[in-house]
Write a protein that binds this ligand. Structure first.
Ligand SMILES: Nc1ncnc2c1ncn2[C@@H]1O[C@H](COP(=O)(O)OP(=O)(O)OP(=O)(O)O)[C@@H](O)[C@H]1O
Ligand SMILES: [Mg+2]
Length: 365
């Protein structure tokens, strides 16, 4: 869209004083920055500093890419630059990155200021924070995914589970007609039953995720539970070589659903162990205070890939060749059913960390 400046030409130019007022009004409402034609920042207002987490000194003179989150594709960014370089206004929604590595969304208008030859000499970006709206939109999308997953799970349960039980029964019956020799034939039958059992486990996993039942609250000692989870994973062949460390007070008791918490910590611990790899470390730390129990599961793996930082909790989002992308969404549903909070982030010294906050009293007091 071209800027229609014909009216601006006819109208008397605002005085310096008026310009100051306009600038003041703009600064009060919007996140404002100007850059030169090469994208180097020449001005930022306070709101820009607040939302980006950088000081003015850290921003001035830097390339605008300092807040680029790497989320938008090349074609998208190229279109933005080509539009403003032609002297046209660009409008769109951008995801930016703060100094601390978190993301924020801004509704953005970039206005080129043109010289007498019609060439841009400066760009002004006027933005509004729309992070909350974006977050809600994402939640709605995820809920819709979960709803259809729930329907699919019900179909799977009906169409697959029951026949599977029938097949298993039939195979066992057949085995009873087999003579004792050759023993190999009996091994075959056992192998078939094992496969059927692991299929059943896979279906149960899916059902558990899609139709998480209401938590059954009872006293749970988190310290004991974490040690149990670690013990069971220590013998997991897929995770051999990982060094586990648990740091927790003697006992932290809260009201929770013990099976759901076990699934929660197992999912986080497996993620950490998979990231840490065969020679890595996983630390699980529990602390208690302020009416809440905080559990962090940290590793010294490569940290979260940039895409995962924003999408880790999306159902089916995975960067692993054999991952389902259901570990963290399941974890979040469990934590929310317990009125708690969960987040994942990169650690300063490398590696990633998942943090769970669970209120000590989750029953209606
Ligand atoms: N500790 C971690 N270190 C690095 N990346 C992680 C870590 N935890 C999660 N992630 C990232 O988040 C993604 C989603 O995790 P999630 O547990 O939901 O699914 P998954 O582990 O890929 O598959 P599933 O848990 O269903 O087997 C992972 O694929 C990975 O990219
Ligand atoms: Mg996982």
């Amino acid at each position: 869209m071209m800027i229609d400046d014909s009216r601006a030409r006819d109208a008397p130019l605002p005085s310096t004083n008026e310009l100051e007022h306009i600038r003041y009004a703009l600064d009060q409402s919007a996140i404002v920055a100007t850059t030169d034609v090469r994208g180097r920042i020449t001005y930022v207002n306070d709101k820009f500093c607040q939302i980006s987490g950088y000081t003015r000194e850290e921003l001035l003179g830097r390339d605008h890419r300092v807040v680029n989150s790497g989320y938008h594709g090349r074609a998208f960014i190229r279109d933005l630059w080509q539009t403003i370089a032609r002297g046209q206004v660009w409008r769109g929604e951008l995801r930016n990155r703060t100094k601390h590595g978190t993301f924020y969304w801004v509704d953005t208008t970039i206005v080129p200021f043109l010289d007498e030859g019609g060439r841009p000499w400066q760009y002004m970006a006027i933005r509004y924070d729309i992070t909350d709206r974006k977050r809600n939109e994402q939640r709605l999308r995820e809920q819709a995914t979960l709803a259809s997953l729930g329907e699919m799970a019900a179909v799977v349960a009906h169409e697959v589970r029951n026949p599977l039980a029938g097949i298993r029964g039939g195979v066992q019956l057949l085995e009873s007609y087999l003579p004792a020799e050759p023993a190999e034939a009996h091994e075959f039958v056992r192998a078939i039953c094992d496969r059927i059992d692991s299929l059943n486990v896979a279906i149960t996993d899916l059902l558990e995720f899609a139709r998480l039942r209401e938590p059954r609250m009872g006293p749970v000692d988190v310290t004991v539970l974490i040690s149990d989870v670690v013990k069971s994973l220590q013998y997991d062949k897929a995770l051999t070589g990982v060094t586990w460390q648990v740091r927790a007070p003697e006992s932290v008791t809260l009201l929770a659903d013990v099976d759901q918490l076990r699934l929660l910590f197992t999912n986080l611990a497996i993620n950490a162990a998979q990231a840490a790899g065969a020679t890595g470390h996983v630390w699980i730390e529990a602390t208690q205070g302020d009416g809440a129990c905080v559990v962090t599961v940290s590793d010294d793996g490569p940290g979260l890939p940039p895409e995962a930082l924003a999408r880790a909790f999306e159902p089916f989002f995975t960067t692993k060749t054999r991952g389902a992308g259901l570990g963290l969404p399941t974890a979040r549903r469990i934590v929310e059913a317990h009125h708690g909070e969960i987040s994942v982030h990169d650690r300063d010294g490398g590696g990633a960390s998942a943090r769970v906050v669970l209120p000590l009293r989750t029953l209606a007091d």
